[in-house]
Design a protein. Structure first.
Length: 344
């Protein structure tokens, strides 16, 4: 494949997931603690990796007007690129055509239909939900809502908009409820560390989910995305010692050290974004203003405690001093804004 296609493959969340699984299995096997299950996992992911390469090559060939052997022998109606921004579609006569997935923000594919978007993941809060197809009006509304959210992020905090475009290539959208459904409404968003560059949104098609809520969800998960990508490249902020957990001052739940560090960054950044949005968007409705104020209070709440946040971390390995200092600086900044004494 040409260099640009190689880069597309390496930047895809599907490739990263395979690579991390291969690396984990090889590490266990080389240390002598692996078993037959690890050997099977290694083989399975090498096969998946080979399929990713074949798919990207097939998309490249089709873009040049050629049908690859892989595509000609495929029994599928659709084959998606690993980035999820293009797919090969088979016609009723058996011929293949190249289609582009509509994007937002010039570079982020909104994925409704690929196997990644339609499969079932039992551990996922989004992809474990029932899959329902979106109609054309719902798809248009979802893309418009995401595009408007990105525009407002650009307006409020241009640097944040740039970070999102640099680190997000795919937004997977899952619909599990019809607009007419009664009863509890299910919304959600998530980022999976093993899939950097990809975000997941649940039931964003519903009118009750405002642009402000969508904007915060995208910023929330994009921050996780950025931090996860940094950790994959430079090492984790703190050792993943699951014997020691931190009580989150936001949720009251016990969470791993790494999740706590992510939460500090996420809530600080979302607070700054919402505050800037409130100042920049003078046309907001009273309902939207009330929503933003409630979310600002939620984001700020975990910082307004007397104990320095860095001291809540519990691990057998020492904490990176720069990370600890940065966490406490964010807390001090938030406490000054709300008139609290700095944590001592």
């Amino acid at each position: 494949m040409p260099p640009d296609r190689q880069a597309r493959l390496l930047l895809s969340s599907e490739f990263c997931e395979c690579y991390l699984a291969i690396e984990a299995a090889q590490r266990k096997l080389s240390s002598g603690i692996g078993d037959q299950q690890d050997e099977l996992e290694l083989a399975r992911n090498f096969a998946l990796l080979h399929d990713l390469v074949c798919r990207e090559h097939a998309i490249d060939e089709l873009a040049k007007g050629r049908v690859s052997k892989y595509l000609a022998e495929s029994r599928q109606w659709y084959l998606y690129s690993p980035l999820g921004d293009a797919y090969a579609a088979r016609s009723s006569s058996g011929g293949w055509g190249l289609e582009r997935v509509q994007s937002v923000g010039d570079c982020i594919a909104v994925d409704f239909d690929s196997p990644v978007a339609t499969n079932y993941e039992p551990r996922s809060g989004v992809l474990s939900q029932t899959y329902l197809p979106l109609d054309d009006l719902e798809r248009h509304a979802v893309r418009a809502k995401i595009a408007e959210s990105l525009r407002l992020i650009d307006q409020a905090e241009p640097l944040y908009g740039l970070i999102i475009r640099n680190f997000v290539r795919r937004i997977v959208v899952r619909k599990s409820q019809e607009r007419s459904d009664l009863g509890p409404k299910h919304y959600g968003s998530e980022h999976v560390p093993r899939q950097p560059g990809s975000l997941r949104l649940l039931n964003i098609h519903r009118d009750e989910l405002s642009v402000e809520a969508c904007m915060e969800s995208i910023m929330h998960e994009s921050t996780h995305n950025f931090l996860a990508a940094w950790e994959l490249a430079h090492g984790f902020f703190v050792a993943n010692d699951y014997k020691h957990r931190v009580v989150s001052p936001w949720s009251g739940n016990q969470i791993p050290n790494s999740s706590f560090i992510h939460a500090v960054f996420v809530y600080y950044i979302c607070h700054r974004l919402l505050k800037s949005h409130l100042a920049a968007a003078m046309w907001l409705t009273d309902e939207a203003v009330q929503h933003v104020h409630k979310r600002l209070a939620v984001c700020a709440s975990g910082f307004l405690i007397q104990q320095p946040l860095s001291q809540r971390l519990m691990s057998t390995a020492p904490l990176n001093e720069d990370i600890g200092t940065m966490i406490d600086m964010m807390q001090s900044d938030m406490q000054r804004e709300y008139g609290y004494e700095a944590a001592a």
